[in-house]
Design a protein around this ligand. Structure first.
Ligand code: B16
Ligand code: MG
Length: 222
């Protein structure tokens, strides 16, 4: 099987916005008297805004305390805070090796797509100066199910006009790897060996992303 497309997650793969999400959720947590640490924040990677809020409320024992309207207002408060923080993002915040990897993909004639759960994805891509690399950006608002459901990666392949088997997906979150795998796509993980156990191939850091190795591993799977 020849590789024709690469579908990227954004947060944690192209740039590290996890810290900004953490700070914005923590600020909200202080207001509603729920505290959590970085380890808990790992559970929010790749998870949509409202699902993240639900996990935080459950963690704080406040699952049934707020109405839908109140939860929407809390999620908006967090996002307003987050939007301020991501205004600081510049091309200097592209994770190490990512620009070269994207250039290698482009030179190899691969089609590139973005499959981020973030509704702020296009704004972040713009601040990073990476918008032009991506032929398609899946709109998370158009989806019924978030990661780990395969919908977002299936949609990415469909928009690129490719079969999932002709694509690889690149992710830093366990929920994201599960999404890629169940889409029938070859998964490339960025992270620790423990968190990337389910990935078909993994690297610990973005600087280690190597297109030739990925092409070979994808072809070897058949
Ligand atoms: P927003 P990814 C995800 O992005 C983040 O990992 C996750 O922490 C966040 O809650 C989610 O996007 C939604 O983001 O509130 O900006 O719409 O990793 O799928 O690129
Ligand atoms: Mg991510």
């Amino acid at each position: 099987m020849v590789l024709k497309g690469v579908i990227f997650d954004l947060d944690g793969v192209l740039t590290d916005t996890a810290e900004f999400h953490f700070r914005a959720w923590q600020d909200l947590g202080e207001k509603i008297d729920i505290s959590f640490d970085r380890a808990f924040n790992e559970n929010l990677k790749g998870i949509s805004r409202m699902d993240s809020l639900d996990r935080i409320l459950e963690h704080g024992g406040k699952k049934d305390v707020y109405s839908i309207e109140e939860k929407e207002s809390l999620a908006k408060e967090k996002n307003d805070d987050y939007v301020e923080l991501i205004k600081e993002i510049t091309p200097a915040d592209i994770l190490p090796g990512v620009k070269k990897f994207l250039d290698d993909c482009r030179e190899a004639g691969l089609k590139l797509g973005l499959a981020s759960a973030s509704k702020n994805g296009p704004a972040i891509l713009k601040n990073l100066g990476l918008t032009d690399y991506f032929e398609v950006v899946v709109d998370p608002a158009s989806l019924t199910n978030g990661k780990p459901d395969p919908e977002i990666f299936l949609k990415g392949a469909e928009l690129l006009g490719l079969d999932p088997s002709e694509c690889v997906g690149v992710e830093d979150a366990e929920a994201g790897i599960a999404s890629i795998n169940s889409a029938g796509m070859f998964s490339v993980g960025v992270g620790s060996p423990e968190s990337m156990k389910q990935a078909d191939l993994f690297v610990e850091e973005t600087i280690e992303l190597d297109l030739d190795a990925i092409i070979k591993a994808h072809a070897a799977r058949g």
